[in-house]
Each structure stands twice: as C-alpha cells, then as structure tokens.
Design a protein around this ligand. Structure first.
Ligand SMILES: *Cc1c(COP(=O)(O)O)cnc(C)c1O
Length: 343
C-alpha cells in the first residue's frame, strides 16, 4: 500500500491548525497563552488535543502503542475522517457490504462519495473476491463490520484477511461488538497489515454511549493524518475524565458483558418458541435479529406496550426482521411478558 498515493492532495498539503496547547505542552505555572478565563478550574482550560493520558490507559488495555490510537467523538468521527482523508468527492469510491451499519453510507453521502455495495450471501457472510471485483482504480477503502450490524454475526476472518492482503487501499474493520463475540480482535495483527484501520467504541460493551468516545487503531502514519484533520479539541475534558475513571473499572465491564451474554442465551431459547418467530439468527453481538410473521405489526404492538425495538424489515436481506437489543434481566422479562400475551 502506498499511503501517499491514497491520500487526497489537499490533505497531503494540509497545514493543520496549531493550538496554544500544541505549541506548549510541558509543565508550567502560569498559562497566559490561550485566552482562557483564569476562573472556574478545571473546566476553564482547553483539553489535551491528543488525549495522551487517556491514550496511555487505552494503550495498556488494548496493547497498542499510543501513537497508533485515534480518539473521536464516537466512531462516527473516524468513519467520516476516512472519507475526508482518502476520497476525492465525486471521483473516488468505497466498497462495502449490504446490509451493514448505516453510518458508512451517511458519511459517504455527506462527502459526496459513492458506496459500491456487495450483497451478503444468505447466511450473511461474504467472499473477499466479490468485494475486490466491485473495486476499481478509484476505490480507496473497503468497509467491513464484524460482528455485523444488523445481522449480528461475525464475518469470516479468512475472507477479511484476504481483503487485507488482496486490496492495496484501506480496509476498515468495525469491531463495535467484538467484546460480545467469541472471536478475538484484529488488533494484534495491526503491524502485519499497514492498510488496516480497526474501529472500536465505548458505546456498547463499555456502557458509555453518552460520553461519545470512539477509537480507531492503525499504523502511526495514518493516525497522524487523522489527527491533522480532526477538530483540534475533539474530545472534551469531561469525556476524557469520565473515560479514564471507567477504564479503571475493567471488572465491572467484564461483568456487564457476562450478564448480557447469559441473558442473550436465555432470550434466544425463549424467543425461538414463540409461534410468530420464524427464525432467530445466530448472534455474536449484544442484540438478536429475528425473522417474524408480521414484524411491523409486532413492532407496533411492542411500542404500544412502551417497549421499543428496531424495525429492520425494510433492510436488504432482512424482510420481516426486528432487531432487539439485549437489555437488563428486568427489561428482557418485560419483553417476554409482552410477547407471551400475543399467543
Ligand atoms: C453502535 C455502533 C458503533 C458505535 O458508534 P459510536 O459513534 O461510537 O457510538 C459503531 N459501529 C457500529 C457497527 C455500531 O453498530
């Protein structure tokens, strides 16, 4: 892969904004360099633009060097930055699978970039060669999501590896749900694949969707480009502090994941028994995809019961499907009770 060839010319030439915090980041007593208000500490100060304290902690947990980590306002930010870094609007394109996470298409549309979608096969998996065939000279990136949303399954790792070796552009692998899956992350293979960008998030297993913190892992040259493009202070002080606090609570996160997985197994057994459930698709994530008789009707019934699930029945390959997140034991019980009343 030739990074210089993949990057847009304006990004290669970009001279990033240099903030007060960039120009001086050592120890000092009096800060009169950023036009901040001297009162209301600590919120009066601009946050660390590169979040080094937080990255040091994440680095320990993920076993990835801090300079190979990018932090964004949710995964949404690194997804958008992939387009802004590599795809010339109206010219370049990306390849992805269908169905998958909707944000790739939205970010592509905002950046006026075509998404070439390759339909998954009937068991929601893919062949690397089909994606490679969909690519042309203007394809800068391939987006993969594993476990995939909304289909819930892990994608074939050997096929993902074939993309990484067979495609000379960027391969983004979104691992938002990896903590719920039996498969290990691609992170240990980061150094083997210079074109790999792994996305993870604090929004799911870590229980922090509200603080908006997403991670991208890649070779340091790519992370440097991302840092150049992002807003200077993209992660605020409150988010950095809260994330640091929660990262010291590894055990709590493990317990949440374990409870959610136990609940998932119980719920699958019970859902399968309902006469209106045609199929519970295999899941490696914290949600299940169900094929049902009259999915829309059941969605509306559940809404009346104040239980909101996701109607995916209009999505490719998901006719008559609902996507249901695994909740707390109490929430799942309410779902079961409501569905029982339909029999
Ligand atoms: C939920 C989800 C994310 C998380 O997005 P954030 O912006 O980090 O909250 C990313 N990718 C997929 C596929 C998801 O389903």
């Amino acid at each position: 892969m030739n990074l210089e060839k993949l990057l847009r010319n304006n990004i290669k030439a970009l001279k990033p904004y240099s903030s007060a915090r960039d120009e001086f980041s050592g120890e000092a007593e009096v800060f009169l360099d950023a036009n901040e208000n001297p009162y209301n500490a600590p919120y009066n100060r601009y946050p660390d633009p590169l979040q080094w304290t937080l990255k040091a902690k994440i680095s320990e947990i993920k076993n990835v060097a801090p300079e190979k980590i990018f932090l964004g306002n949710g995964s949404d930010e690194p997804i958008d930055i992939v387009f802004r870094a590599f795809c010339e609007p109206g010219v370049d394109n990306v390849v992805s699978i269908n169905p998958t996470y909707g944000m790739y298409q939205v970010a592509a549309d905002i950046n006026n970039v075509e998404v070439r979608k390759v339909k998954l096969d009937r068991d929601y998996n893919f062949k690397a060669q089909d994606l490679l065939n969909a690519a042309n000279l203007y394809t800068k990136a391939i987006f993969i999501c594993s476990p995939n949303n909304p289909t819930a399954n892990l994608l074939d790792k050997t096929e993902i590896n074939k993309l990484l070796t067979g495609f000379d552009g960027i391969v983004v692998v979104d691992e938002a749900y990896i903590d719920f899956s039996p498969e290990s992350s691609l992170l240990p293979e980061l150094d083997k694949y210079p074109n790999l960008i792994v996305l993870q998030t604090f929004s799911k297993a870590w229980g922090m969707a509200g603080i908006r913190l997403g991670m991208a892992f890649s070779q340091s040259e790519i992370i440097r480009v991302f840092n150049k493009i992002k807003y200077p202070y993209n992660i605020n002080i409150l988010t950095q502090q809260k994330a640091l606090e929660l990262l010291n609570n590894l055990q709590e996160k493990e317990e949440w994941v374990k409870t959610i997985l136990d609940e998932r197994e119980k719920l699958i057994v019970e859902l399968t028994k309902f006469p209106f459930v045609q199929k519970v698709y295999p899941t490696d994530a914290n949600f299940v995809l169900l094929k049902m008789h009259d999915a829309r009707g059941i969605y509306e019934y559940l809404t009346e019961q104040k239980i909101i699930v996701r109607d995916r029945s209009k999505v490719t390959l998901c006719d008559d499907c609902l996507r249901i997140t695994i909740g707390s034991p109490e929430e799942n019980e309410k779902l079961r009770k409501a569905l029982k009343e339909l029999i």
